[in-house]
Design a protein around this ligand. Sequence first.
Ligand code: CP
Length: 313
Amino acid sequence: MKNYLSISDIDNLSEWVKEAQKLKANPKADKKLGADKTICLLFFNNSLRTRLSTQKAAMNLGMEVMVMNFGNEGWALEYGDGTIMNQNTSEHIKEAAQVVSQFCDIVAIRAFASLTDKEQDEAEVVLNGFKKYTSIPIVNMESSVGHPLQALADAITMEEQKTKVKPKVVLSWAPHPKALPHAVANSFVEMMQLQEADFVITHPEGYELNEAISKNTTIEYDQKKALENADFVYVKNWSSYTDYGNVSNQDSNWMMTMEKLGSAKFMHCLPVRRNVVVEDAVLDSEQSLVIEQANNRTYAAQIVLKKILESLS
Ligand code: CP
């Protein structure tokens, strides 16, 4: 495998999940695979889980790790071809990507959506800029439109927790004071489309995700109806896609509560705002899987890095 940029880079999901579970049982089993190899983690945005779990995964595989908070510490990059760079950008992606390639064997990148320019966000200018000019494999640590490492960790978590072959899974929008990207929801939807599940998305009208991603997934605008008989409830906020980046609804009635959750398992990628997105009682209950999801981020990253390292050797 050359790159892990989206869910479509997974060639056999059930096999990957099984392999990740094996790694979880014996994390250092492939300690020699990454010897003398270096991964560079470039963060254009904040992180807790992605940063530590990807670093941990690389260390479990015996790799050296370099981390750079590019957003705060790197030169402002220019992505346009032929730009006269007499404004705010200091370095072109052409040089930056080639330079990074000289220092490491794999580069992992986090670069969120701006939520101000839909066309630019959908073009994935940072990820695709590196893809175009780097000579080494790239891992997506959350881009404008996807968070495939999170979705793979979610698939591992659901496989561990499910009690029936075809569970009912509900992706429920929740209120949030800020405009958040669509990446986590997008990748979760794509992941669910690969799974055997009765999958429903619920959100207020106007919060439809990109139809090119949601495709023919059932959308139920009545949250209560959507949650009936759910086995897993995945809660996430996202801003409007059609009215790009806008927050037109902060209705606290959409917050997840214990009463609404019933007997379902609760999932969220974290970080989460308590008593805005979900009430304390849910997060503090036995039904919450959020800590296990975060734990599985290591094994999702580790299976991805393992496959890339195998393709390098
Ligand atoms: N879920 C997730 O990606 O967490 P961080 O933003 O903290 O990395």
